[in-house]
Write a protein that binds this ligand. Structure first.
Ligand code: ADP
Length: 476
């Protein structure tokens, strides 16, 4: 763990294993932190806040710039650790490190442009000034699916804003966090500005964060269930919060879409990270006139996809994170088939050709999926594409919006009117129109409804770490 500028063991002396999900082998042992380590980290972050919050934006920008440089210089090493610990193909891991580094660069620039403002006053002898102030010590909890970019997406704007941070990474990917923090240490940030607590059991860390009055902000990326629980606890002290939670993205193929273009798109976005992404399509609405062309093309491409270790050339399907993830996918597929869905391809665990020790599931297409099936409501987080046929355009928006999630949505159409109508009618925070990657560091990322609160990235992302202070000055 990295606490107050030093590498530390857990107070308990305990460790836990980081495991390669493709081979089941242990990669490393990391400290298993608990409430005591969390409190030490908060002590450090609180002490560091005093000076860090007073640094100029130019100083903070320079630190972030250095962190960016170091990340770029160490891209291959970080990507290697990510593939080993999280399982995604090496190329995807490299892309993620670039994305992660880009948050550091972007906020190193943006921080210089966080202007307060003056506000015209109703009285001639009155002046209003609005300042932005860092909220204080930030607790950050990150997931395993994007184990490095989710760290910088929080740390970069928080540090830029003048906050200090205690970060708890997911128990499945602690090593990615350790390697990232090694670079933060190399950038010579003052002690206590960023702190890392690794832990096998997240509960006590979360509780300590939320019970400690010095934590003024919680930023969380993970499941909706855990997010809701943390939101309730955070309410006790009315802490500032932002949540980036689950999703259930519709992917709509309209009757005027080019089916081949739509298939190329869905193959990339559905199987990205083996479906383990909150923006992964979870319902494919395909117009009945497109069904045959779409399904045939989709199946022929999916059948050519190769599963295996992310280090192997040509692999695009990595392992799922653990046995539970595999069981969830199996349960959803079995339920769909029991209730009348048709298996187009895949549908089973992969246990041959060296995959027996990992958590591999074949890329799968189901058609004839209906709203009664589990997969229609539950987030899958696996490589399964459920297809729903639609005919009536009027019903489409109602069906697509019929979910308590509201993160990402995708539309394929060649008609401007359809594109704009669906863009305006879909209740989701991020919408790709003929575009399967509607994300960038400069664009605010986040969801509606139970997909979360607040936004990450873009100018909105730094406001999550700033309090507004208004001064009314009387000149009389
Ligand atoms: P997933 O199902 O994708 O693993 P989780 O919400 O369980 O999603 O995990 C996301 C992050 O939340 C991880 O860092 C995990 O350790 C953390 N987490 C899980 N449960 C809790 C909890 N009770 N308190 C604090 N953090 C938690």
């Amino acid at each position: 763990m990295y606490i107050n500028g030093k590498w530390e063991n857990a107070e308990s002396g305990k460790t836990f294993d980081s495991i390669n999900p493709a081979s089941g082998k242990t990669i490393a042992e990391v400290p298993d932190g608990d409430d005591r380590d969390t409190t030490r980290s908060i002590d450090a972050a609180d002490a560091a806040f005093k000076n860090w919050s007073k640094t100029t934006v130019y100083q903070r920008s320079e630190y972030l710039g250095k962190m960016y440089q170091l990340m770029i210089e160490n891209k291959d090493k970080l990507a290697h650790t990510m593939t080993e610990e999280q399982g995604k193909p090496l190329k995807a891991a490299r892309n993620e490190v670039q994305y992660a580094a880009d948050f550091l660069l972007w906020y190193s620039e943006e921080v210089k442009r966080v202007y307060g403002r003056t506000i015209p006053a109703p009285r001639p002898d009155q002046r209003f000034v609005l300042n932005y102030n860092p909220v204080g010590v930030v607790a950050a909890i990150t997931p395993w699916n994007y184990p490095i970019s989710m760290i910088t997406r929080k740390v970069a704007p928080a540090l830029a804003a003048g906050c200090t941070v205690v970060l708890k990474p997911a128990e499945a990917t602690p090593l990615c966090a350790v390697e990232t923090f090694k670079l933060f240490a190399e950038a010579q940030l003052p002690p206590g500005v960023v702190n890392l607590v690794t832990a096998k059991h997240p509960g006590p860390i979360g509780e300590t964060f939320l019970e400690d009055k010095r934590i003024r902000k919680l930023t969380f990326t993970g499941s909706t269930d855990v997010g809701k629980m943390l939101a309730q606890q955070a309410a006790v002290q009315m802490k500032r919060t932002s949540f980036e939670l689950g999703g259930h993205a519709p992917f709509i193929v309209c009757k005027d879409a080019d089916p081949v273009k739509a298939v190329k798109g869905v193959v990339l976005v559905k199987f990205l990270n083996t479906g383990q992404a909150c923006i992964s399509p979870n319902r494919l609405y395909v117009h009945k006139s497109q069904m045959d062309a779409f399904v045939n093309e989709f199946a022929s491409r999916v059948e050519r996809m190769k599963a295996g270790s992310g280090f192997e050339e040509g692999v695009s399907i990595g392992p799922l994170v653990n046995e539970n993830a595999l069981l969830k996918v199996e349960r959803q597929v079995a339920d769909a088939l029991d209730n009348g869905a048709e298996l187009v391809t895949g549908g089973k665990r992969l246990v041959n050709d060296g995959l027996e020790n990992g958590h591999f599931f074949a890329p799968t297409i189901l058609k004839g999926v209906t709203s009664e099936m589990l997969i229609y409501r539950e987030e899958t987080f696996g490589p399964v594409a459920p297809i729903i046929e639609y005919g009536d355009e009027d019903d489409l928006l109602m069906m697509a919006n019929d979910t308590h999630y509201g993160l990402a949505a995708y539309v394929y159409t060649d008609k401007l009117t359809t594109a704009m109508t669906l863009f305006e009618g879909l209740n989701f925070g991020i919408i790709g129109i003929n575009d399967i990657n509607p994300t960038a560091v400069a664009a605010p990322f986040g969801g509606m409804k139970e997909s979360g609160l607040g936004r990450e990235g873009g100018p909105e992302g730094i406001l999550e770490y700033l309090d507004i202070k208004v001064g009314g000055f009387s000149l009389r």
